[in-house]
Design a protein around this ligand. Structure first.
Ligand code: SAM
Length: 248
């Protein structure tokens, strides 16, 4: 999978890709990150990438030419590359979007700064607009890193354990069950016995119950879209009854 990142702050991408799984993905060649400094696509002697907004107002606006030139250069070589504008006005970035994006092998990520980009970039050169949440950051670099990290987890061979991406929170629309490791008792808190039982069917059932319990308590909004089975609905009904009895 290839990510081409258009930014005026290429230095922000050094450390995140020099550690852990993303670094290993780069070393294995299953992930490629190409950081393009937008200043290299300017034609004036000051290498300006921003200018004053027409109509007045606070802040600066990113000029269209450097971004469009950078995108066109990439698309001339890789016509299949799709471009994403990181913007708080975009579609919310969810696990489903990350999984869907992982099916396409080549993305161009456009990182805005200041008050954002000249609208004509969006009109001429953007296939998709993505927001990482309902808050405003100083630039698109951190959103681009979030997106690369979440999408890259779906690249076959990137994660140590091939299954874990499908077990994680949100993968099935639910939050993940609680996890434990050794020691079996820590400060009077014991690992649930079922996890030590070796009974895989019981463990699976416990995990499903805990996943449903956690989602019901913390994110009941997720239950609607989770595609629950008859068994799940029965478990949920019991959990709700237990909670009501406890006055929760
Ligand atoms: C200060 S923001 C500009 C916000 C813009 N004036 C607005 O109100 O929509 C600068 C840049 O940060 C990035 N950015 C900020 N918050 C973001 C978010 N929640 N998701 C994705 N990108 C974001 C975008 O690339 C944006 O162009």
């Amino acid at each position: 999978m290839i990510f081409e990142v258009l930014t005026i702050f290429p230095g922000m991408f050094q450390s995140p890709f020099s550690e852990s799984l993303l670094k290993k993905g780069l070393e294995k060649g299953i992930l490629q990150i190409r950081i393009k400094n937008l200043r290299d696509f300017t034609e004036d002697k000051h290498r300006m990438t921003d200018d004053y907004p027409y109509g007045g107002g606070a802040g600066m606006v990113m000029k269209p030419e450097p971004i469009i030139r950078a995108g066109e250069e990439i698309k001339a070589q890789y016509p299949q590359a799709r471009s994403v504008l990181l913007t708080p006005q975009g579609e919310p970035f969810h696990q489903k979007v990350a999984r869907e994006m992982s099916a396409h092998p080549h993305w161009i990520l456009i990182c805005g700064r200041y008050e954002g980009l000249d609208e004509r970039v969006r009109l001429a050169a953007v296939d998709r607009e993505i927001s990482i949440g309902d808050y405003v950051l100083t630039g698109g670099e951190i959103p681009a890193l979030v997106l690369i990290d979440a999408v890259s987890r779906y690249i076959p061979g990137l994660l140590g354990c091939a299954d874990s991406v499908e077990d994680d929170s949100f993968a099935e629309g639910l939050l993940e069950y609680p996890q434990y490791t050794r020691p079996p008792v820590f400060r009077d808190m014991a690992v649930p016995e079922v996890l030590l039982s070796g009974n895989h069917a019981q463990i699976e059932l416990w995990r499903r119950q805990e996943s449903l319990r956690r989602t019901l308590i913390r994110r009941p909004d997720l239950l609607k879209g989770a595609g629950l089975s008859e068994d799940d609905l029965e478990i949920l009904a019991e959990l709700k009854e237990q909670m009501e009895n406890k006055g929760m």
